[in-house]
Ligand binder design. Structure first.
Ligand code: GLC
Length: 578
């Protein structure tokens, strides 16, 4: 074990509170939480909480809430007199009770192991009692003597079998080894970012699940609590962080995302353990209800609508190849990316004007953005910008890996120019912003999508100046914590509601990339610094943040994949010379 790995594991451990960060293992579907806290109830829910004594265990499954996936309740370790032993430490590889009298760890991805220490000086030469309840209400009690253990195996149907175990110490050591190997890969960053980078690296390891239908491929999911699958653009952002410590795992994310294109080249929105989500017909019922409640006009379409995610695949691929070249692998992926880029022009230019549209809000990744409040399809400045960027990337990649794989670079550049011209037609000079169109009609929303055209690096000076001014305007985007996803001056702004105001790490990174592509390196770096400062201030890589307080928005999930990955990516880049 390297001393660095041990240090990083202990830095990460400071964030393992069994509420926002459950105890888990790479590849495992088991999550251990403290039993006395329900789901997150607001920012800082754990601050000052007394130590837990009871734990609960859930499995992590695609589109199923934690409540549906309960496995064990009220898991308690008691001393010989019946008093519950408090949790005194949570480490990546073990939960310790009573100062180390007992510990809980993994025995492989599908089993937990609880063992009693055999250390005279701890004064525990008596047996302890391990007890738990299963969701059917049945209680179980096991006496466990010093040096002995009990193993709890969780089956695919969430049934639990228990048995005495003599291998707790071996299981504990094997689990510690897995985590140390993971932390050995954690990239080095500057001092003030080290603790959060270690925690974010833990999040990326913790979010690894095995996808049985995919030959055991390792998917790093957005969240084992809320999003158990490989979402198309999440995979891109997650790969950006992974590339610094585990380029092979970064490539594996892109491979999974690119593995199931439709016959027409469309990439699916999600790859999960039961298949893919590629059309509105595949949406789980809960999702359709959510769309209906939000008043979305696309909740019940007449015909299935394709679902995908923004065309940033070539951008992510190029970044992954920056750290380690893999020409054959790159060629194989490029063929898929190129067909998906063509798909947007062939199948998602719904009004046939040469500029593709979003046929569904989910395809934008910005599910509830106010730009989708009206009728669909939506012509959006972010989509135009991503398509320009992707054609430019494909042209560069074609020059490097050959036109056979990536297509004719000249054709890519010509299409990029045409798309850029359509994109510039969305500029409203009076309002000083790019606007979306809902079924052809102007959308007045002042939303973050309007900054994405900077990614093209091809904006006229006055347009770029107006965008830079908007970013610096306290009434619109320069909030205490920036960049809000909807301008604070917009009537639809809400500082707590998902894509209607909160700050997201991925959109910040894209805005910074755009500033850099447009020659504003100074502003790009400043925004990147503010983004890592936000994650540190907010206490972790949450899904999204309130722009006024810089804390987790109430409905945002924690230990979120792309926030963690992009923090790592930013921390590495900001730690090297400007
Ligand atoms: C939410 C986000 C979307 C993301 C998905 C998985 O639906 O709006 O952008 O891909 O979660 O994280």
């Amino acid at each position: 074990m390297s001393p660095d790995a041990a240090e990083r594991a202990s830095l990460a451990a400071r964030h393992l509170d069994l509420v926002q960060a459950p105890f888990t293992l790479p590849r495992s579907r088991l999550l251990v939480f403290r039993a006395d806290r329900g789901d997150l109830t607001g920012p800082g829910a754990v601050d000052g909480a007394p130590p837990a004594t009871a734990l609960r265990v859930h499995t992590s499954e695609y589109e199923r809430g934690l409540d549906e996936c309960r496995v064990l309740d009220e898991l308690v370790v008691r001393d010989a007199a019946g008093a519950p032993l408090p949790v005194t430490a949570v480490l990546p590889h073990a939960i310790e009770f009573g100062g180390g009298a007992a510990s809980l760890s993994f025995a492989g991805p599908t089993a937990l192991s609880i063992g009693v220490e055999q250390v005279e000086h701890l004064g525990h030469d008596e047996a302890l009692v391990v007890e738990w309840r299963t969701p059917d209400g049945r209680g179980h009690r096991e006496q466990v003597g010093p040096g002995a253990g009990v193993r709890l195996d969780v089956a695919a149907d969430r049934g639990v079998r228990h048995a005495a175990s003599a291998s707790h110490a071996t299981d504990l050591a094997a689990t510690e080894r897995i985590w140390f190997d993971w932390f050995d890969r954690c990239p080095s960053v500057r001092e003030d970012l080290r603790q959060m980078a270690a925690f974010c690296w833990w999040v990326l390891g913790a979010n690894i699940v095995e996808l049985p239908g995919l030959g055991g491929a390792r998917g790093v999911v957005p969240s084992k609590i809320g999003y158990v699958g490989v979402w198309q653009w999440d995979a891109y952002f997650i790969a950006l962080g992974l590339r610094h410590g585990d380029p092979a795992l970064a490539r594996e994310q892109l491979e999974i995302a690119f593995r199931f294109p439709g016959e027409d080249g469309q990439l699916p929105d999600v790859v999960h353990e039961h298949g893919v989500l590629a059309s509105s017909d595949d949406l789980p019922a809960a999702d359709r209800d959510r769309l209906r409640r939000a008043g979305s006009q696309i909740a019940d379409p007449n015909a299935p609508v394709p679902l995908t995610k923004p065309p940033l695949a070539a951008w992510a691929l190029a970044k992954v190849l920056e750290v380690e070249d893999a020409p054959d692998w790159a060629r194989a992926q490029l063929a898929t990316i190129r067909r998906s880029q063509d798909w947007w022009f062939a199948a998602s230019d719904l009004d046939g004007d040469g500029m593709p549209e979003y046929g569904h809000p989910y395809s934008s990744g910005l599910d509830d953005s106010p730009i989708f409040d009206g009728p669909l399809p939506t012509t959006a400045p972010d989509l135009g910008a991503y398509l320009v960027l992707q054609d430019l990337e494909l042209a560069r990649l074609a020059e490097r890996y050959g036109a056979d794989a990536a297509g004719d670079p000249v054709a890519h550049r010509e299409r990029a120019e045409r798309t850029l011209a359509s994109l510039l037609a969305l500029w409203n000079a009076d309002a000083g912003r790019f606007e979306a169109r809902a079924a052809g009609e102007r959308v007045a929303s002042d939303a973050i999508v309007g900054f994405m055209p900077m990614l093209t690096g091809g904006l006229p000076g006055p347009v770029l100046d107006a965008l830079v001014e908007a970013l610096a305007d306290p009434a619109r985007y320069a909030r205490p914590w920036s960049v809000p996803t909807v301008s604070a001056a917009d009537p639809d702004h809400s500082s707590e509601r998902m894509w209607r105001g909160p700050v997201w790490v991925n959109t910040n990174v894209l805005v910074a990339e755009g500033l850099r592509a447009s020659g504003r390196q100074d502003l790009a770096r400043e925004l990147e610094e503010r983004t890592v400062a936000l994650v540190v201030h907010g206490g972790g890589p949450h899904e999204y943040f309130n722009p006024e307080t810089g804390l987790r928005a109430g409905s945002a999930t924690t230990a979120f994949g792309w926030s963690a990955a992009l923090f790592v990516d930013l921390a590495v880049r900001l730690s090297s010379a400007p």
